[in-house]
Design a protein around this ligand. Structure first.
Ligand SMILES: O=P(O)(O)OC[C@H]1O[C@](O)(CO)[C@@H](O)[C@H]1O
Length: 302
């Protein structure tokens, strides 16, 4: 089972418009709402693909209740901590070309609520094979929140995948996260290196076991203790890239459960990620495309 922790959940609202043009009025063609935040998306992708998962996160207010109801309706196992702070909203405006995101920061939790969230994680690790900590932290959060989750999982002998940014990413790497998945900009923010591979090695030197660098449509690079690999999608996939990184994290976590080789993990991460672009909303993958992509992703050592 893969336990995901979402420190900063969100109700994800997706607006479909014909063409996004700042400074004009848009007629919204369709509205979709679902429980979001990166860790919840990871759980949703795993659940869709038949992988056992438990989604953990703090929720508050009316949007927090919407998240609870949505996870329940989707049949995704969850353990939510009720907190005072109201859960945030994110808005993705999707047109023919691309997706434009508006992510609220998220309201601060009390220190005692963070402690209770970590207690909840600790209590729900029975039967867990992998822990994922994914997404931003609400404003004013202790920067070591993901690092503390890494510590809890490692104490229990469970590998951890972390997808976050800024000081929280660095702290998680220093705490010994087994896999971290920054993009080039997130990597540059925390290590002093222009070259992404040198940056990934610097993050490994800081304590991360492996670094998987995502480059959107250009694929991914894995810099690990066992070697370095590059994986490239066989053809461009158009659609909504929101949540593509979450699908990649789901694949990496699943690869740890299956103890597959790094080339196989990276192949799956690129295939799941590209298949997520073809799905209309974050947290889903286009299943038919996934199987095709998986066969055709090119992986090479370098
Ligand atoms: O925690 P953040 O970095 O703000 O990311 C949250 C957002 O990212 C997404 O997970 C897409 O990756 C959205 O579903 C949205 O909830």
């Amino acid at each position: 089972m893969i336990v995901t922790v979402t420190p900063n959940p969100a109700l994800d609202v997706s607006y479909r418009v014909d063409k996004l043009a700042p400074g004009t009025t848009h007629r919204v063609r369709s509205v979709r709402e679902r429980a979001g935040g990166k860790g919840f998306n990871v759980s949703r992708v795993l659940h869709e693909l038949g992988v056992a998962t438990l989604a953990i996160g703090p929720v508050g207010g009316v949007l927090g209740e919407s998240i609870r109801a949505d996870l329940l309706a989707a049949g995704i196992r969850h353990a939510l901590l009720a907190v005072d702070a109201p859960t945030r909203m994110t808005v993705a405006v999707v047109d023919e070309e691309d997706a434009t995101l508006f992510n609220e920061a998220g309201a601060a939790l009390l220190d005692t609520e963070w402690d209770r969230l970590l207690d909840l994680v600790r209590a729900r690790l029975v039967g867990a094979d992998v822990v994922v900590c994914s997404g931003s932290l609400p404003l004013g959060s202790p920067r070591d929140t993901c690092a503390r989750i890494v510590g809890i999982a490692r104490d229990a002998g469970i590998p951890v995948v972390v997808d976050t940014s800024g000081p929280a990413l660095l702290a998680a790497a220093q705490a010994g996260a087994d896999v971290v998945k920054p993009n080039a900009a997130e990597l540059r923010e925390v290590v002093d290196a222009d070259d992404p591979v040198a940056g990934a090695e610097a993050l490994r030197a800081a304590g991360a076991g492996a670094v998987v660098l995502s480059s959107g449509p250009d694929g991914m690079v894995a810099v690990t203790g066992e070697g370095r690999w590059r994986a490239i999608p066989p053809f461009p996939v158009r659609g909504n890239p929101t949540g593509a990184g979450d699908a990649a994290v789901a694949a990496l976590a699943n690869g740890l459960v299956e103890q597959s080789s790094w080339p196989m993990r990276l192949r799956a991460a690129v295939a799941w990620s590209a298949a997520a672009v073809a799905a209309p909303v974050a947290g889903s993958v286009d299943l038919a495309l996934l199987h095709r992509l998986y066969e055709e992703v090119a992986v090479e050592a370098f």
